[in-house]
Write a protein that binds this ligand. Sequence first.
Ligand code: 475
Length: 755
Amino acid sequence: MNMEKMMQDKAVSMYGSDLSNCSNEQIYLLLLDITKDLMANAPLIEGDRKLYYISAEFLIGKLLSNNLLNLGVYDQVRDVLAGMGKTLAEIEEIEPEPSLGNGGLGRLAACFLDSIATLELPGDGVGLNYHLGLFHQKFENRKQKELPDPWMTAQSWLNDTGKYYPVHFGNMDVEAHLKSMDVIGYTGKKNQLLLFDLDTVTEAIVESDSINFDKNDVKENLTLFLYPDDSDEVGRKLRVYQQYFLVSAGAQMILEDVKAHSWDLKNISDHVVIQINDTHPSMVIPELIRLLMENGLSLEEAVAQTEKVCAYTNHTILAEALEKWPSHFIEQVAPQLMPIIRELDAIAAKRDDNPKTRIIQNDIIHMANMDIHFSKSTNGVAKIHTDILKDTELHDFYRLYPEKFNNKTNGITFRRWLQACNPQLTKWIISKIGDGFLKDSIELEALKKYAADPECQKEVLAIKREKKEELAVFLKNRQGVEIDPNSIFDIQVKRLHEYKRQQMNLLSVINLYQEIKNGYVPEEKVTVIFGAKAAPAYILAKDIIHAILVLSDLIAKDEVASKYLQVVMVENYDVTCAEKLIPAADISEQISLASKEASGTSNMKFMLNGAVTLGTDDGANVEIHHLVGDDNIFIFGVDSDTVIKHYEKADYHPQDILAQDSKVRELVDFLVSEEMIALGDQTSLGRLHHDITTKDWFMALIDLESYMNCRKEAYAAYADQNRWAQMMINNIAAAGFFSSDRTIAQYNEEIWKLK
Ligand code: 475
């Protein structure tokens, strides 16, 4: 196809003008139109068995580059634009990033959709269409402020299917309106992302300059935000309304699909598999049972089929994330589910007399328990995580159903996280080992033999340098900050949570700052970059953001320290930002408290782009460590068994460390020093200081010394650029295992069994 002609013709038909006179916005819209047409004509992936990946989040990122890439027209579009003196990156700036996700679980769902379509497996995503997203993060007075994040525009990737499904709540009936987006795979065939919405939702009920709204008016607020504030009861109930809306409409749509194929509902498990992405969509189990019974199946038949249809993925061992709802919530929101949940609880009681595996305990419904009893599979997302589920967190269930438990180590799509975000590196890899790795990622191993080659080392260092310069331009435009591409880019980007220990990173930066003030002259300048949103009701997480922003300004104002050290916190960290930050990183910070990070996926993205991991033996870091070996990673900290024992014995007390180690004491006390308080909020900094010195639930202090030492080792290694480049190449070469194509092939072989 002649892309230039297509673009010319579109320019004439859409704007009556020549392509060369079009603005970037006009070019974006005409490319959107062309791409949507091409996708509309792409064949749907079909088979006699279909997957529904049901999830509260799909953190898909901008779609133009990705869709062009998968349609096979990326290079052509790039060349036409180049002829006009423009880049795709410039055009893509116009595209709003869909705000349909939050963190790892949501981004994983997006990578999975790409791989499912690429492997030509019939599988659709099922979720909700949030009008104002999670929130848009703004920094004001060095604090996080949350604003609505409207992302839908008149022309977008969203299509209207025109279909509606009735959803019956205890107090009202609504109509779920089905929207969809095409999900195109790398071989040009497509699945769908199916998103339910409610026409009566009114964005105008949200206060200006905040994300507050009347939480009682469900008809107007249901799909406004992802994870509405659950610090009060109406907020929690709103989440249950959202969840039931998703699963009820989703289950009806699935049954409609089954009927359209003339498949027998009594054997629905021959044709349908539902992957439940953590506990938000767990009510799909009783809802599916209810609907199957409405369609003539007995309770026993419906339960047996549902248990064979559903599979559950656990993404975290943090107790507070395992959802539990009081039964009176369900009584109000979806009373028709309660008799079924009670039946399921009774069946569970018959299968096991252990009260801990019951679904209903003291009138509280344990969603994960329901998932495990009534799904055919329960999987963790990295080897260590699955082992912890089996041995500790879900041990009672593992004893009951050993055959249900399995591991599926996470993966990432190399289309977005290498080809689209780092064309320079992609081209270099192809020049060395050919393009076979784009279809079979394990072929990256062939790069290993170039790791010690000085010419190759020079080439990867030059590419890294180019990506660092690109990031510098991006941050200057986006946020007005200037960073120095000559410095080490040491990056921690992920949701803000105490277990991820951004506060430990902060304390280590304070250490470096103080050493410089005391006369230490670092060999290399360092730019420490953070990016993180904190849940709006998570006070301590917001305190950590505040402390980072205060320290950032404090260092910037210091004439000596700022020569060697800069701290940047990226505002509104999102997928778009990640695509710029990750290719530019030298050091990938993966410093969670061992046992707490189920997998992590940015660790994989960083490694694929030639950053070296500085981290704990946690989540998928364990597998990265194993694949690259001790020489190509910086590992520190106590191991997960030690951490788990501390929790069991309740014998970790930060006071013990503070009493023994005057240096650690000094670093922690710096949080409430005059210097910090002069720029910051005493209450917020005091609260953080108080927490770290008295609770430190996620043990930042237990690893602080070994972290600081290891970080120094990494900086010293960086100074030897040849050795560093060797590590970079070894990391890229070992990253093939982490393609989501591999993960999805495993889900399919062991759980989904699609053709
Ligand atoms: C893990 N989100 C990462 C990633 O598997 C892992 C839970 C409850 C309520 C709201 N959000 C959540 C998560 O638990 C989540 O995103 N988990 C993450 O899933 C993909 O790589 O280690 O923390």
